[in-house]
Design a protein around this ligand. Structure first.
Ligand code: XMP
Length: 556
C-alpha cells in the first residue's frame, strides 16, 4: 500500500517527496555486487526484462541499462558478458538507437538479439535491409551445432521470430551459423572476438531451446560460474543490513503483499526486534487476510520483530461513506493510510531507517534501468517519502525480479499462500466495489471472492494432479467485484431485489494487456451456485469477458 500511495504522489505529513533519482543516491543505488555480472543493453524492445530474468535463471546476476549508457561506465562495471536486446526501430535509419563500435572491442563477449543482432552487423560493416518476407511467430531454424552458442541444441529447432528487417549480409569476419527458409542469416558469429548475433528471441518461451542458448552464452562463452543464488542472496543481504543498521531502529509498512512480507522477513532475520512493522487493516482486505498476516508476523508468528496491527476499518468506512468517484476513493484510502501510519510512527518515536519494498521492475520502469521506461511511464514510482525522522531508506529487494522475491520468501520460511499471492491493489476492495463503499458491501464482495478463489484454486489443483502441469486457463489474476447494480430475481417463492456480483479472471504477462481467462463453464457454474446460496444480498452472478484494452483489469 505504501508503494501505491507513493505512486499516487502522497507525501508524509512532515516530509517531502523526493524523486527516485535522489532516492537512489541516498540509498546508495545498486549495491556494489562483488559477483560476476552480465549487462543487458536495452534498445526498447518488449521482452527486455525477460532477457534479464532468463539470464538470472542461469544463476548469473544481470542488470539492464539504456543504450545511452556511457561506454566508460559499462567498462567500469567489468561485465563478464553483454547482451543487446531487441527494439522497434530500423538500425539503418538516422535517429535509431545505436551503440559505438568500441562496445565490440572491449574483449567482452557480446550477444545481439533481433535489433541487437542487426545493429551489431550494421555497426561492424554488414548489411541490414527491409526483409522481402516478414517473419513473425514460431519458425523452424536450422542451426550449426558446432557453434558454442548452439551446443546441445537440435539441428532443426523452433524459435520465435518477430522482424521486418533482416541481415542480408553478415559483417566481415562473421560466419553464418543459422538460417531459416526466409532468412539467410538467422545467426552469425565471430568466435575469435566473442561476438554473436541472433535474429530470433531466445528469451521467449516459444523458442523451445532458448534457455539452452542463453545458458551456452553466459555460462559457456562468457565463462560465468553461476553463483547468483537466493540462499546466498539472503545470507549476504542479512549481513549488509546488519552493517548498515548497526543499533538503529527500523520501520516498515507491512501490507501483507509479497514484497513487504519478504522485506519484513529479511529485516527480521537481520536485526530482530530493532524492526517494527506497522500493519494497517483498512477493512478493504480480502476475507481473513488481516488475521493471516497477523498469524505470520504477529507475536505468535514465526518472526522476531515488533508487530503493530492498526484496526482502522471504521475510520476508513467513515471517510469513504457516500464517495463514489474512483480516483477520489483512491485518494482517500491513500491519504488515510499515511495518516494512520504517521500516528503509529509518532508513538514509536524517532526511527533511523524506513524500509521500501521496491523491486527491480520498479527501478527499470521508473527510468533508472533500461529504455522500456518510456513505454511504461504510467507505472512509474513518483517519489519516496523522506520523513525528517528517517535518516535513510533501506530497499533490500531492489535488485530482484518478482520470481526471485518469491524464492527469497520461501528461503525465509514465509508460507506459500503469502509468497504466491496474486497481485492485489493498494486501495483493495475499495476499487472492487463500484460506487460507495459500506461495511455490508465489503462483506458481500469478501464472501463472494473467497468462494470464487477457493473453487478456481481447487479446479486448478485438480487439473495439475491429473495432467502433471498447470491448467491452460489458469488466470494470473482473478477476483470478484460488486457491480452496485441491483436487479429482480426469484428465490424459493420470494421476489428478490439484490446485488449482481461480477467475476473477473485474466491471463497476462505484464498486466499492461490482458485476456479474459477461459475458466471451464462447470467451474463458473459451481461458483455462481455457491455465491447465490451462501452470500446474502446477491441474486445474480456475471462473468466479465472484456480484454484489456479496452477494459482495465480492475473495475475502477
Ligand atoms: P488495471 O486495472 O489498471 O490493473 O488494468 C493493472 C494491475 O494494477 C493493479 N492496480 C492497482 N494497484 N493501486 C495498486 O497498487 C491501484 O490503484 C491499482 N489499480 C490497479 C491491478 O490489480 C492489476 O494487477
Amino acid at each position: 500500500i505504501i508503494k501505491a500511495c507513493i505512486r499516487e504522489g502522497y507525501a508524509f505529513e512532515k516530509g517531502i517527496v523526493m524523486n527516485r533519482l535522489q532516492a537512489t543516491k541516498t540509498s546508495g543505488g545498486r549495491r556494489s555486487m562483488d559477483h560476476e555480472k552480465v549487462i543487458v543493453i536495452d534498445f526498447g524492445g518488449q521482452y527486455n526484462q525477460l532477457v534479464a530474468r532468463r539470464v538470472r535463471e542461469c544463476n548469473v546476476y544481470c542488470e539492464i541499462y539504456s543504450y545511452k549508457t556511457d561506454i566508460a561506465q559499462i567498462k567500469a562495471m567489468n561485465p563478464k558478458g553483454i547482451i543487446l536486446t531487441g527494439g522497434p526501430n530500423s538500425c539503418y535509419e538516422a535517429d535509431s538507437p545505436t551503440c559505438s563500435k568500441e562496445l565490440f572491442e572491449l574483449g567482452v563477449p557480446v550477444l545481439g538479439l533481433c535489433y541487437g543482432a542487426q545493429l551489431m552487423m550494421h555497426v561492424l560493416g554488414g548489411k541490414v535491409e527491409k526483409a522481402p518476407v516478414r517473419e513473425y511467430g514460431k519458425t523452424e531454424v536450422m542451426v550449426d551445432t558446432s557453434s558454442p552458442l548452439f551446443t546441445g541444441v537440435s539441428e532443426n529447432t523452433i524459435c520465435w521470430m518477430s522482424h521486418f528487417d533482416y541481415i542480408s549480409k553478415a559483417a566481415p569476419g562473421f560466419n553464418i551459423v543459422a538460417h531459416t527458409a526466409d532468412c539467410p542469416v538467422a545467426a552469425a558469429e565471430n568466435q575469435e572476438k566473442g561476438l554473436f548475433a541472433i535474429q530470433f528471441h531466445p528469451e521467449v518461451l516459444h523458442t523451445q531451446e532458448g534457455t539452452k542458448m542463453l545458458h551456452n552464452f553466459v555460462r559457456g562463452i562468457c565463462g560465468c560460474e553461476g553463483t547468483w543464488r537466493m540462499d546466498s542472496f539472503v545470507e549476504n543481504t542479512v549481513k549488509e543490513i546488519r552493517e548498515k543498521v548497526g543499533n538503529g531502529k527500523v520501520l516498515l509498512a507491512l501490507s501483507g503483499g509479497v514484497d513487504s512480507s519478504v522485506a519484513a522477513g529479511l529485516l527480521s532475520r537481520a536485526i530482530g526486534k530493532q524492526l517494527t512493522c506497522v500493519f494497517v487493516d483498512h477493512g478493504l482486505l480480502r476475507k481473513n487476510e488481516g488475521d493471516e498476516v497477523e498469524e505470520v508476523f504477529g507475536p505468535n508468528g514465526q518472526f522476531d520483530l515488533n508487530f503493530i496491527r492498526v484496526n482502522a476499518q471504521d475510520r476508513y468506512y467513515g471517510k469513504l461513506a457516500g464517495v463514489t468517484e474512483p480516483e477520489h476513493k483512491r485518494k482517500i484510502i491513500g491519504e488515510e493510510f499515511i495518516r494512520v501510519f504517521e500516528e503509529e510512527a509518532k508513538k514509536i518515536g524517532a526511527v533511523d531507517f524506513l524500509v521500501q519494498g521496491t523491486i527491480y521492475p520498479d527501478v527499470v520502469e521508473s527510468g533508472l534501468g533500461g529504455e522500456s521506461a518510456v513505454i511504461k511511464s504510467h507505472h512509474n514510482v513518483g517519489g519516496l517519502p523522506d520523513h525528517v525522522d528517517f535518516k535513510d531508506i533501506i530497499e533490500p529487494l531492489r535488485d530482484l525480479f518478482k520470481d526471485e522475491v518469491r524464492k527469497v520468501g520461501l528461503e525465509l520460511g514465509i508460507p506459500d499462500y503469502l509468497v504466491f499471492r496474486q497481485p492485489f491493489p493498494g486501495p483493495g476492495l475499495g476499487i472492487r466495489i463500484i460506487g460507495d463503499v459500506t461495511a455490508d458491501k465489503v462483506r458481500i464482495v469478501q464472501d463472494a471472492d473467497a468462494i470464487y478463489r477457493e473453487e478456481v484454486d481447487g479446479a486448478a489443483q485438480e487439473y495439475k494432479n491429473e495432467h502433471g502441469k498447470d491448467a491452460p486457463w489458469m488466470p494470473n489474476q482473478y477476483f470478484a467485484a460488486l457491480t452496485n447494480m441491483r436487479s429482480v430475481g426469484v428465490m424459493g417463492d420470494e421476489r428478490t431485489y439484490d446485488y449482481a456480483v461480477a467475476l473477473r479472471a485474466v491471463t497476462t504477462i505484464d498486466f499492461m494487456t490482458a485476456e479474459s481467462a477461459e475458466i471451464p463453464y462447470e467451474v463458473l457454474n459451481k461458483v455462481m451456485n455457491r455465491i447465490i446460496n451462501e452470500v446474502r444480498g446477491v441474486n445474480r452472478v456475471m462473468y466479465d469477458l472484456t480484454s484489456k484494452p479496452p477494459g482495465t483489469i480492475e473495475f475502477e
